[in-house]
Design a binder for this molecule. Structure first.
Ligand SMILES: [Cu+2]
Length: 213
């Protein structure tokens, strides 16, 4: 948690922890008060309950606190959203096509693979479309996910700052083999990526090696 192959990991994990933390505190607090009231106000012999009519102070407090909490969740969520959606103009663009049940990655120089290869430390923008039903491109380790919608182009951006290979899953139920619609993103050092990118003969080889895992 909080550390990973993209800058989004910290942002997303912090928002997650913030929301879950508030929820847990509220759950425990409300449960404790409920249990306390059950004992304090249970039916006693010779004791008549009294009606209470309104309290401006209490009502203001229980409207104000949840409003502030919810707006703060929205604020931190929005900061993260901005970070995810603002992709530098000079990002490397890769066309992604989703189909039942595989991914195609198309590079500007005509290279096509079924594994996503990206250079280390460079912003990447995935331009995604589907040729059949709705899919969703999800890279858990990068904390990014975006639906790939039939008849509409969507995008996703990231900068990988760690060499390695990470799972790509389809996160939108898309039919029989949805659960097998996996591939990988392979992050390579710049020089290695450049030689892969410019070497036509290597295409097939790397596609196959990417598929093995
Ligand atoms: Cu799918």
């Amino acid at each position: 948690m909080f550390e990973g192959p993209t800058g989004h990991v910290e942002t997303v994990d912090l928002v997650m922890l913030y929301i879950v933390g508030i929820s847990v505190i509220l759950l425990l607090g409300i449960t404790a008060v409920m249990v306390y009231f059950v004992f304090k106000y249970h039916r006693k012999h010779g004791h008549k309950p009294k009606d209470i009519h309104g309290s401006i102070l209490l009502e203001t407090i229980w409207i104000a606190i949840p409003t502030v909490l919810v707006l703060s969740m929205f604020y931190f969520g929005y900061i993260g959203y901005e970070e995810l959606r603002n992709i530098p103009d000079d990002a490397m663009k890769i066309d992604v096509t989703a189909r039942m049940w595989e991914w195609d990655f198309n590079y500007d120089n005509g290279k096509q693979t079924d594994t996503l290869f990206v250079p280390l430390g460079q912003p990447v923008k995935l331009l995604m479309k589907s040729v059949d039903v709705n899919h969703s491109l999800y890279i858990p380790a990068f904390r990014i996910k975006e639906d790939v919608i039939a008849g509409k182009e969507t995008f996703l951006g990231f900068t990988a700052d760690r060499v390695g290979d990470f799972d790509i899953a389809c996160a939108e139920y898309c039919g029989l083999n949805h659960s097998m619609m996996y591939t990988k993103v392979i992050v390579m050092p710049n020089d290695e990526f450049a030689s892969w990118y410019n070497d036509e003969s290597e295409v097939k080889n790397l596609v196959e090696s990417g598929k093995e895992e």
